[in-house]
Each structure stands twice: as structure tokens, then as C-alpha cells.
Design a protein around this ligand. Sequence first.
Ligand code: ADP
Ligand code: MG
Length: 399
Amino acid sequence: MSSFKTLDDLGDITGKVALVRVDLNLPMKDGSATDVSRVEAVKPTILELAEKGAKVLLLAHYGRPKGQRFSTMSTSFVQGDVEKVLDKEIMFIPEVMGPVVEQSIGILANGDIGLLDNVRFWPGEEANDPEFARGMAAHGDFYVNDAFSAAHRAHASTEGLAHHLPAYAGRAMEAELKALDAALGNPEAPVAAVVGGAKVSTKLDVLTNLVGKVQHLIIGGGMANTFLAAKGVDVGKSLCEHELTATANRIIDEAAHAGCTVHLPYDVVVAKEFAANPASLRTCNVHEVADDEMILDVGPLATEALADVLKTCRTLVWNGPMGAFETEPFDTATVALARTAAALTQDGSLISVAGGGDTVAALAHAGVKDEFTFVSTAGGAFLEWMEGKPLPGVAALTA
Ligand code: ADP
Ligand code: MG
């Protein structure tokens, strides 16, 4: 991993103005956040800077105003939630540059926190306009990026600012980058990747990137059906992208060349209708799926074999559930494998990193979200990283 500066590299910041990019795009209902974990994630960075005497200006987007000011998308709506999590009053500043910001900085005492308005109200943000970035940078002494979840976007507040101010990774960004590096950048071998979820088409680049990097590629979920079909297995009514069987075969070939073992389920859980505990539920060999049945989970024998694979590995990276985990009992393989990974992690034999919207939900459902080495809630940025794409926000910090 190319190196980046962290808060440890800051000298005396008493009275200095820190421009801190955070993710405050909170899910809201009836005027308050339903989940404040994004604020919890950036709390250590904000409080550390404040405790060291900086004037902390929070910079964030909220919703998709597309370069226009919408009163319904002001960051002032999350001010209360941020104050609650920080246990500190903050000042809302209804601009991101100009005299109002300058006056507000004059009012803030050292260690105080200000919240700038939605940076996406200005078209220069998403256009990554250097003039816009320079305008914001004029108010700050240094820039801290603590929003990994926005790092796949080259916007003024996520990328541009790093060219105009000394740039540092915040604590959340630092932890994320270290975890991702340990999982795929410079991992301890053998490395296993679990890739599941609904469709091959949404994860083609992920699969292609992983075959060159991991020793074991474990394919589950709906996408396993496409791979099974590619091998000539009749998958009945299962979710399957038949038009991608050639692509699946190419990935299997590439894996063989790269010395990566592809693991597909050899027993599966099937049903005739997709419902909780359906009467037609049964477990069978992949070669015994009837025309009117759907594969909805990996079977118990394959799950046990996959657990044995994980026991031989030092590193695991996981994206995508093994089955239709939202509906019982099709959560069984996902829960079992997640618990195995969690136990191995707790024993110290496995470094486990997972991410993806449904994957995080599945790990929480299995009760092991806190027992993995690292669980990324970054969504799009996490997937682009799994695809092996450089993230502009990270590249700007490591330049
Ligand atoms: P993530 O959000 O973690 O990246 P995805 O969005 O790719 O994961 O996939 C999650 C979805 O895949 C879940 O809604 C799950 O129900 C679905 N899924 C998993 N296995 C199957 C299957 N065998 N058949 C149909 N859907 C499946
Ligand atoms: Mg999803």
C-alpha cells in the first residue's frame, strides 16, 4: 500500500482550521436518523481534532441535490443527530465558502466544531471543479478525509481538496485502508474469497479481479447457479443468467491458470416456491434439481466442506450472501459459514474482512458482525475496491 498521512503526522494544530470530509448521509425517518453508525464511525476523528485544539469544519453531502440548493437536503437536518453522538454542541454554517464561513470561523473557539451545508448544493462539487475546491481550501489549514464510503467518487470534497491543502486520512479511513490492505493488498496466504449474492452480472469485475489474487474462490448465492449451469448442471427454475455461462466458463479457466481453486456447491437447498419454510423444501445433490425447483441456499455438506477450506486459510474477504438469507431457512449456509469465519477470527487464525449492503445485514443477522476483523459499510466504494479499481479519494491521499 502506498503510504498516506494520518492524524499521527499532524504537528501542533491549536487554532488551526481542519476541513474534515465525513459521511453524514444518514437514513432519516420523521426528521431523525434511523441509524447513526456513520456518525459513530467518524466520531474519533472529530473529537481527536477538537481535543487537539483545532477548529473542526465538517464537510458532507446529503442526498442528491445535483448542484442546486434544496432546503429539504440541508445538512442542518442531521445536526441534532451529530450533536447527540458527539455529545457536544456544533455550529451549523449554511455555506461551504465565503464571508459566512470566514465569520463563523471567527466565532468558533479552538476545539469547537462547525457543520458546513450540503457540499452537493454547488455544481463544482461533483464536477470536481478546481476553483470550487480552491474556494473551500482557502478557509482551511489542512484537510482530513474520513469518508471511505465516498472515496470512489472524484469530487471536490473527496479528491480535489487534497490537491490544495496538506491531506490526512482520518481514523475511520485509516482503519478501513489498513483492513483492506490486509485482505487483498498484502494479505497473508492462503486467501479465500467468498462471493455470493444474486447475480454474476453485478459482480463480474469482482470475480475477474479475485481469481488473480486469491487461492480459493468460493461462489455461492444466485450467482453459483450461473456457474453450475455453465458446467452443464440443470438448475431448474433457479435464478440464473444463462446468457453469462460463457463468461462463467472464462472465469473458471482464468482461475485454473492462476492456481485459484473455484468452489461451487455440490449439494443445495431447493424449493418449488420462494416462501418461508415452504412445503416443497428439500436438500439434494446439484444434479438432482427438478425442472420446477429453485436453488435457494448452499447445502449442508458443501457448507461443511467450505468451513474446512476456511480452516486452512489465513485471510478471508467476503461479499455476498450464500443464499436467499432474508427468508428462512435459506439463511442457513450464510449463517453457518459466517459463524465459522467469526470463530476462526476470534481464535486468531483468520483475518476476515467483509463488505456489501446485504452482506453486512447477513452478518448482523448471524450475530457475528463484531467478530470479523473488519466489516466495511462503504457499499459502492467497497465493491469498487474489490474490483481492483483505484479509488480517487484514496489515490489523492496516497499521492
Ligand atoms: P451485497 O449487497 O452484499 O453486495 P448482493 O446485493 O449481491 O449482496 O446480493 C444479495 C441478494 O442475493 C440477497 O437479497 C439474497 O436474497 C440474494 N440471493 C442469494 N442467494 C440467492 C439465490 N440462490 N436465489 C436468489 N437470490 C439469492
Ligand atoms: Mg445488495
